[in-house]
Design a protein around this ligand. Structure first.
Ligand code: ZN
Length: 352
């Protein structure tokens, strides 16, 4: 399962690390540039564990299974086991934050979408913290989550960011929803990468789920939500957030070189998947604002079941048709939800 996938999905786009490096010098600059080309260096990966649960939850509550490991500043995976499910909190705040945030994301998928862990079968989620030295990223490897401490100057608090952790966990969900991975392209001599429309849809799925998870955890309605991701990991000089679903590519709301788009007519197949993802992100935002209330209540199942119909090379048009169809099936043809989803994909110029 995981070997066929093997795609590394990063929370902080390469372009942002390059930009931060351009504002630095000396060792700091080199450290950031080294991380841009990190993806080939993962060592000691192991097969993902299937269930193997040991804990008993409260009645009526699904059992979670998380394990948090400490890479101790090195890059060997998974590292030393720090906290298993049901273990008491550790003396390590970052490990406990990762444990809690993985738990919140898993509970969202279970209680809101009926999804038992990323694979639908209760897969144990392994997360390695303190990965590398000053490593300014978090990622999903296809097998586990990896969380760096950040360099402390530009980027920090990755484990403490629910949006970042939820985004990465959602890559694990889409990996299992779409056979072969949504937009995962294998190229000779290179690590697998997310490409084209399907790759942008993959990133968008993670952003949309992360936004819903943040709002669900905070009990927020669509009007009071900030619709930002990564707003809690950047130093003030580095930017305000990594992405905005409300206004993709608005550098005043995010960071200096944010080039996300929300208009499908501007999409180019060679774009970074974090750029084109703004199209799907903004479609979700528009539909959610039209419906009002809580984003996950009506649209959560629509988006999840819609993306469940996609294939590894699906297009934005496929995603639009799939989510519109599901909205019609779940809420009725011409229902408010059906019309809102259709109108949203029209506004981003995917549907005519
Ligand atoms: Zn991602």
């Amino acid at each position: 399962m995981s070997l066929r996938y093997g795609c590394i999905c990063y929370a902080v786009p390469k372009k942002m690390l390059v930009h931060l490096a351009s504002q630095s010098d000396g060792e700091e600059k080199q450290a950031l540039l080294d991380q841009v080309h990190h993806s080939t260096h993962l060592r000691g990966r192991r097969a993902a564990a299937s269930s193997g649960r040991v804990s008993l939850g409260k009645p009526g509550e699904k059992v979670l299974h998380r394990q948090v490991f400490d890479a101790q500043g090195r890059t060997f995976l998974p590292g030393k086991l720090l906290r298993d499910e049901d273990d008491p909190s550790t003396a390590d705040k970052i490990a406990d934050q990762a444990y809690e945030n993985v738990g919140i994301a898993l509970r969202f998928f279970d209680t809101v979408l009926g999804r038992d862990s990323v694979d639908g079968k209760g897969m144990r989620i392994d997360a390695t913290v303190h990965y590398g030295f000053g490593f300014s990223n978090a990622m999903w490897t296809g097998e586990q989550m990896i969380v760096g401490d950040g360099d402390g100057r530009h980027v920090s608090n990755l484990a403490g960011s629910l949006g970042i952790i939820a985004h990465e966990l959602s890559h694990g969900v889409s990996q299992h929803l779409v056979r072969g991975g949504l937009g995962v392209v294998q190229m000779a001599g290179q690590p697998p990468a997310l490409k084209g429309e399907a790759g942008a849809l993959n990133e968008s799925f993670s952003d949309v789920c992360a936004s819903m998870i943040k709002q669900w955890h905070a009990g927020q309605g669509v009007d009071s939500a900030d619709w930002l991701l990564g707003e809690d990991i950047l130093a003030a000089h580095a930017g305000k957030a990594i992405r905005s679903l409300k206004d993709p590519g608005n550098t005043r709301a995010t960071w200096a070189q944010d080039d996300q788009i929300s208009d499908y007519r501007r999409f180019a197949p060679t774009d970074d998947p974090h750029k084109g993802s703004g199209i799907g992100n903004h479609a979700f935002y528009l539909a959610a604002m039209e419906l009002g209330g809580k984003s996950w209540e009506t649209l959560g199942a629509v988006w999840f079941k819609g993306f469940d119909k996609l294939r590894s090379r699906s297009t934005f048009l496929d995603a639009a048709h799939a989510t519109v169809d599901v909205a019609g099936d779940l809420h009725g043809k011409n229902s408010v939800a059906h019309r809102a989803v259709k109108a949203a994909w029209r506004q981003v110029n995917v549907l005519n």
